[in-house]
Design a protein around this ligand. Sequence first.
Ligand code: THG
Length: 388
Amino acid sequence: MAYHLPLLGLVPEGFMSQAPFLSVSRRTRSTPFTRRVEDNGVSAYTVYNHMLLPTVFESVVADYHHLKKHVQIWDVACERQVEVRGPDAAELLQLVTPRSLTKMQDDQCYYIPMVNEYGGMLNDPVAVRLSEDRFWVSLADSDMKYWLSGLAIGKGLNVDVFEPDVSPLGVQGPKSDDLMADLVGDDIRSLGFFRHRQYNIGGKDYLIARSGWSKQGGFEIYLDGSENGEKVWDILFEAGEKYNVRAGCPNGIERIEGGLLSHGNDMTEENTPLECGLGKYCHTSAMKICIGGDKLRAEKKNGPKQIIRGLTLDGDHVPGCTAPWPLRNETGQKVGQITGAAWSPDFNKNIAIGMVDKNHWDFGTSLTAEAPDGQRSAIVGPIPFETV
Ligand code: THG
């Protein structure tokens, strides 16, 4: 039976004896897909950009196996868009990222670090270029609309900065191409990674990109107009029936295997893009323009003091990482921290993401992780984890 959370209004009396609940109100925004997500048996949410993000349907492990084999529909509406529109749109964006945007085409998406005046990571969105003077910044979990509009006002730029009624819906998994080709035609099979085109679903054109927060392949449909959410969802489920489609969500195991970083977890404002392994998105020309770029240029010269790594942990299945776990060297000194960990069924071991200090970041280095259920030996390695 589908498990319904009391979405709007107060938690009913009978539920109070169970685990803590998330009270949902106007601040904890629902999405155009929430009713469908609940009909499909969502069992846990987190809150992301002040909006509901499903985290589990059947179980994290069952969801993981299904994602890697079939196709899932993901309510990732919480990846909110900030639209930047006007003659100075590109100029404003280049102020906030060290990635050069000069070659970006109208059908392209770019993964961009956004940094503060110290070069610290404020967000790691996907920027979507719609035209020369119009972009969507598809956010991770922090309030970048205020940063962008504050800068635009302070610099006197000729742009509008606002949150449009646009909600990404993910189609993820190895059967995504087949599902989408059945729905919109074979043309979509030739859509390049991080490219977008318009396709018709249910009589309306939507921007669809080949992107998404999994390494299983897939697309993101930018639902333009909340009122169309359930219609698009239902059309996808109808087309996906023969591919064993299910409702899904970003998966805590798969994303660690694939090395997809989570802002607020694996990195914060305290970390630079270089520490996050995003040095390839820090271009000299752009660092000369962007806020905080001088700090990044200096760091690029000398190298970062710590870096993101994959780690394997011994012992039985690790618990979830709800707060960083210290990593220590043989003398007990703290030399890093783990920020994401999971038992991987396919690798048949515990895998983790963490930051490791310079003198200990070589692949093969042995460290000790202080997990909440005890110490575990940890081996430093690459991220993403190499395929089995
Ligand atoms: N899609 C959209 N918006 C988003 C996300 C998304 N906003 C929030 C969050 N995810 C932003 N973070 C990421 C992190 C990684 C990637 C995308 C968004 C990603 N990385 C590729 C990788 O690591 O293989 C590389 C991309 C590249 O090199 O261009 O896809 O998922 N709309």
